[in-house]
Design a protein around this ligand. Sequence first.
Ligand SMILES: [Zn+2]
Length: 89
Amino acid sequence: MRPLQMLMRVVGMPTCREMAESLTGALEDGLTTRDRRRAAMHLTVCGNCRRFRRQLDLTREAVVRLPVPPVPPDAKAQLPQSFRRRDDR
Ligand SMILES: [Zn+2]
């Protein structure tokens, strides 16, 4: 284990793996205020996780800007039937 990782463990900061899970949203909603503070501390000292977060932010921004493809007319016509079938369940 690298010295920085060992220090993070000793002071109770999340590991880089835990940070990756948190940053990708898998655990983000479940974080307590204390966990968020520890994650912020981790980002302060870990350049790798800061770069990873920046890449995620850029990816999210790029995806949001992608044009939404038009819905084919056939699919559009079938939507009301699909919702009715779903309500029947
Ligand atoms: Zn890290």
